[in-house]
Design a protein. Structure first.
Length: 246
């Protein structure tokens, strides 16, 4: 498969404290790649650096071209989109207006109504709430809106930061079903997740991040059987990460 995103020797620091140390990773086209790790391992920092939201040392390539000097808006225009952990919706704006903002970098605004309709068909709950303020939505609906807004940017690579965070188990299952559908539709995904079991079930390839450094990597199915991963991140059957995804 063609290489879509590559980071080489990425370092990210907050002052004198290095949060990400010498991380290299690859995302191939039409693949789901996950980064798992404990809270505070540097997963969100890594995504923010790849998106250009944090300064970083190292090299980032997207479709063979360097991104290091590009602002986040320029990276969106190239085909990268990030759904942040906190969703970062505009609560005082309607669902439809939040979706329209996802296409802010595109010049053809005449296509927006049809594209919003298409997103609402993918997420039927949003169709029923198009005129509602984003602040009135439930947690699951807010996640659907954040995903829908990201899709309005027509990404080739969608980066998801903890999409299951704070959601009920049934909504988590629905979220990961949508992630599978997005891959089938040609969207590559870089997924950061604390729910290691769910992430490894949906991903093709996986990295384990520990205290800012890569500890393990390999095909997701193989890491799911690795004793170190099982003991540290998956736990006993029925534990907090033991979520059946169907």
């Amino acid at each position: 498969m063609a290489l879509l995103l590559e980071a080489r020797g990425l370092h990210v620091a907050y002052g004198h404290v290095e949060a990400v140390h010498n991380v290299s990773l690859r995302v191939e086209q039409d693949a789901i790649v996950t980064v798992i790790g404990a809270n505070g391992a540097g997963k969100t920092t890594l995504l923010n650096a790849l998106m250009g939201l944090l300064p970083a040392r190292g090299e980032v390539f997207y479709r063979g071209q360097r991104l290091d000097d590009l602002e986040p808006e320029a990276r969106v225009a190239r085909g990268l989109t990030l759904v942040p952990e906190r969703r970062e919706l505009f609560g005082a704006m309607s669902v439809a207006d939040n979706l329209a903002l996802g296409a802010f970098h595109r010049r053809r605004q005449a296509d927006l109504p049809a594209e919003i309709d298409a997103v609402c068909r993918r997420f039927p709950r949003l169709q029923d709430r198009r005129a509602q303020l984003a602040s009135t939505l439930s947690g699951g609906e807010r996640q659907m809106l954040a995903l829908g807004r990201a899709l309005m940017a027509k990404p080739r690579l969608l980066m998801l930061d903890e999409p299951s965070l704070g959601l009920a188990p049934l909504i988590v299952q629905e979220t990961f079903r949508i992630i599978r559908e997005l891959k089938a539709g040609g969207v590559s995904i870089l997924l950061v997740e604390q729910n290691a079991r769910a992430a490894l079930q949906v991903a093709d390839y996986a990295y384990v991040l520990e205290t800012g450094s890569l500890a393990l990597e390999g095909p997701a199915a193989e890491l799911a059987e690795d004793p170190r991963v099982v003991e540290t991140y998956l736990g006993l059957r029925g534990g907090p990460n033991a979520l059946p995804l169907g």
